[in-house]
Design a protein around this ligand. Structure first.
Ligand code: HZT
Ligand code: MN
Ligand code: MN
Length: 445
């Protein structure tokens, strides 16, 4: 099956941008704004009309395919849909009704509404981009084309603009035994399956998505430093349905157990209990689903994808409590393998450390690369492809030097044992004073 271009390996202009935001070509579908149809304004259902309505910002505006319409055009009021609201459990229920707490929500934080609108706008971008990704990603596509499909959409829909808005972190496209932190590097030949593609000049090998793959799609969107971190798993074989069910349920358990004063180790225990109540049949073999013990969720702070807390996905004795105002990525990983990952394969993900030491750099190239990182990413994670696209080349020695000096953190791919299958679901939640908001919730997961 050498070089026959798959339906999705055509040049980039296969999916041209729309001429206009609310062009009514009949092929486009509206994007359901949020789980309960709680879209604030904007995305009201509308039937196709013979006559084009007058172009009016907002009312009736819909997302294009591929997504290129900024969400600020779909929600011109600047009010973005609220996520799923969950009440706090048990002894925290008083918060829901407490006048005092509601008062605090209004007064104490530095304009909570602004930060809520930032994270909700990022989350709406995530929902719209993933809706397109979920119907477009197919076996036969290269990992690079999948990454670009997602990232080009995020940039357009969030109106990427320096540190104000953009990609939150590299698009994770981890397959099978790889649970996390794989994204293609240029000339990507990693992974089990590569096809030969003969171009006029030479033969390239590229990794291509396979029918039997279990693909974790993990991408991030940031608005003014507020990052929505959410992930889902795609398969094209019904064999893995139970694995996905287990992990989806485990993530929802984690979300339900999360709350102000909830202990991290107890959340992990509840997640593990849900996860490990499932099994998966593959061929003639039955596998218990295991929580991957050395992966976890995490808190999220402005411009930094992980703060100081980890949310385990197995029972631990961690007594640390979640606190009011914190943001968490609740993510769980199930595996048919050992239930542990190790770092494996070429690294693609990096981020400048918040605690980077100020050491004099002896390599001119490292000094210059650090300037580029400071200017373009700050402490947001980036990948080698993002360095390529801003015109950097031959930076590997410099990058490795920044890693070995503790200035940049590397995040290599994380794999369970060969032959295993791993799945992930992830949501970003916000612990508001009076309720829990699952900001990334959609109708899909
Ligand atoms: C690191 C680098 C990135 C954070 C979790 C994660 C994807 O495994 C504390 C707990 C993006 C995210 C991260 F480019 N990681 N969520 N989504 N990966 S983590 C972590 O390093 S740190 C978990
Ligand atoms: Mn993630
Ligand atoms: Mn995460």
């Amino acid at each position: 099956m050498a070089d026959a271009a798959t339906p999705h390996e055509k040049p980039a202009d296969e999916h041209p941008p729309p001429e206009d935001g609310d062009e009514d070509d009949g092929d486009e579908e509206e994007v359901a704004a949020n789980g309960d149809g709680a879209a604030a304004g904007g995305a009201a259902k509308k039937k196709k009309k013979k006559k084009k309505p007058k172009k009016k910002a907002g009312a009736g505006a819909k997302q294009s395919e591929p997504p290129r319409v900024p969400v600020t055009k779909l929600f011109p009021s600047g009010v973005f849909p609220e996520g799923e609201i969950q009440e706090y459990k048990d002894d925290n229920a008083y918060r829901t009704t407490s006048e005092e707490k509601r008062h605090l929500e209004r007064l104490t934080q530095e304009d909570p509404e602004t930060t809520y609108q930032n994270i909700r706008r990022a989350s709406e971008v995530h929902r719209q981009v993933r809706q397109y990704a979920r119907k477009t990603i197919q076996p036969g596509m290269t990992m690079t084309s999948i990454a670009e499909l997602i990232e080009d959409s995020v940039r357009a829909v969030v109106e990427a603009n320096g540190f104000e808005a953009g990609i939150g972190f590299p698009t994770g496209l981890s397959r099978n035994d790889c649970a996390a932190h794989y994204t293609p590097n240029a000339g990507d030949t990693n992974g089990t399956y590569a096809i030969a593609e003969r171009t006029k000049l030479r033969t390239n090998t590229r990794v291509v998505l396979q029918q039997g793959d279990v693909l974790k799609v993990d991408f991030g969107v940031q608005v003014n430093g507020r990052i929505t971190d959410s992930a889902f798993t795609m398969t094209w074989e019904p064999t893995y349905d139970e694995l996905l069910k287990a992990v989806k349920a485990a993530t929802n358990t984690g979300i339900r157990e999360a709350g102000i004063d909830a202990r991290l180790g107890e959340i992990g225990a509840a997640i593990q209990e849900t996860m490990e109540s499932y099994e998966v049949v593959v061929g003639t073999d039955t596998y218990p689903v295991k929580s991957i013990a050395n992966l976890s969720g995490h808190d999220i702070i402005p411009y930094s994808i992980h703060g100081h807390k980890s949310v385990p996905i197995v029972a631990t004795d961690d007594q640390t409590k979640m606190e009011e105002g914190e943001y968490f990525a609740i993510e769980t990983f199930g595996s048919t393998g050992r239930g542990r990952v190790v770092e494996m394969g070429d690294c693609s993900h990096y981020a400048k450390r918040r605690d980077a030491p100020h050491v004099p750099l002896r390599l001119t190239s490292a000094k210059s690369l650090l300037k580029t990182i400071d200017k373009n990413f700050g402490t947001l994670p980036f990948c080698r492809r993002y360095l390529d696209r801003i015109g950097e080349s031959r930076y590997l020695l410099a990058l490795n030097s920044l890693v070995s000096q503790g200035i940049v953190q590397d995040y290599p791919p994380l794999n369970d044992i060969k032959g295993s299958q791993t799945a992930q679901f992830e949501h970003t939640i916000l612990l508001r004073p009076t309720c829990k908001e699952v900001v990334s919730r959609g109708t899909d997961y």
